[in-house]
Design a protein around this ligand. Structure first.
Ligand SMILES: Nc1ncnc2c1ncn2[C@@H]1O[C@H](COP(=O)(O)OP(=O)(O)OP(=O)(O)O)[C@@H](O)[C@H]1O
Ligand SMILES: [Mg+2]
Length: 275
């Protein structure tokens, strides 16, 4: 079942030209779906349209069977959690604890349950030692961790990341990715991740590729990464494992085109055992 369905969506910031041009795609419940596309292709605009922060010119957005419109906005927002690229505009509370609590209060969580939920989610993103600090005094990466804890605490049905780990250093990125993947796998949390991280795309279930406001490719990562010509036209990268496969091919060695490094290492081991 699709938890999110976007159909024939159109939107423009200005009178001329379309920022979002007849976009349709869906996100299956329990899936890890990624949206990729060059800078300015319209990814964040789609996230804002889904949250009802912008109003489309035409088309429909349905979340958990509910059509997005002014009357249903609160219902829709209670089902979605979003973490944006820039953490600075996401804080309301005076301390990290207050900030995570704010969303829970809005969701009418029982006060006796709150501390435990806050502490668990702060620990997940390794921010337990910062609970009494002012969010504005944190680094970009720390702010992003708090924002992630805030949305996780609300147990959304659909979690949208708009390049939410782009402010983190490589170790921090890996750590958060692991937390998210664990939640996705263990709690079947549905994730829609807007990302430039091609390895994240490779390990997702389904990919939506955007170019100049249009959906140009959709499918499993295997299917999408087969379209190398199109990806090159869109100036999108391919996974490192495929680059290895291409280099080996140039040297006369044909290997299976695995899109994950794990698969590629297995493939190379298999070849070696045949030598
Ligand atoms: N508030 C705005 N007013 C006018 N134009 C805007 C506004 N926000 C975005 N745009 C334009 O809309 C287009 C799509 O922007 P959007 O932020 O959705 O792209 P994106 O795919 O998220 O890019 P990035 O990878 O850089 O985050 C761009 O051409 C951008 O310049
Ligand atoms: Mg963006």
């Amino acid at each position: 079942m699709a938890i999110l369905e976007v159909k024939d969506l159109n939107f423009s910031y200005e009178e001329e030209g379309k920022t979002i041009d007849n976009v349709s795609f869906s996100v299956e419940e329990g899936s890890y779906t990624t949206i990729v596309g060059h800078n300015g292709s319209g990814k964040s605009t789609i996230a804002k349209l889904i949250m009802g922060l912008l109003e489309s010119a035409s088309g429909t957005i349905t979340i958990d069977g509910i059509a997005l419109n002014n009357e249903n906005l609160a219902k829709i927002r209670s089902r979605i959690g979003i973490v944006f690229q820039n953490p600075d505009n996401q804080f309301i509370g005076a301390t990290v604890r207050d900030d995570i609590a704010f969303g829970l209060e809005n969701h009418c969580v029982e006060p006796s349950m709150m501390d435990e939920i806050i502490d668990t989610n702060a620990a997940l993103v390794k921010m337990s030692d910062f609970m009494d600090q002012e969010p504005t005094h944190l680094s970009g990466g720390q702010k992003q961790r708090v924002a992630i804890a805030g949305v996780l605490a609300m147990k959304p049905k659909l979690l949208i990341f708009d390049e939410a780990t782009s402010m983190l250093d490589p170790d921090g990125k890996d750590e958060i990715k692991k937390v998210i993947m664990k939640l996705h796998k263990e709690s079947s949390l549905t994730i829609l991740s807007i990302t430039h991280d091609i390895d994240e795309v490779a390990s997702s279930d389904y990919v939506v590729a955007l170019d100049q406001g249009k959906v140009v490719l959709t499918g499993t990562p295997q299917e999408v990464f087969q379209q190398e010509k199109k990806l090159k036209e869109m100036k999108l990268d391919i996974p490192f494992s495929l680059k290895i496969a291409d280099e080996l091919k140039k040297r006369g060695v044909t290997v299976d085109r695995c899109i994950t490094m794990e698969g590629m290492v297995n493939e190379l081991c298999r070849l070696r055992s045949k030598m």
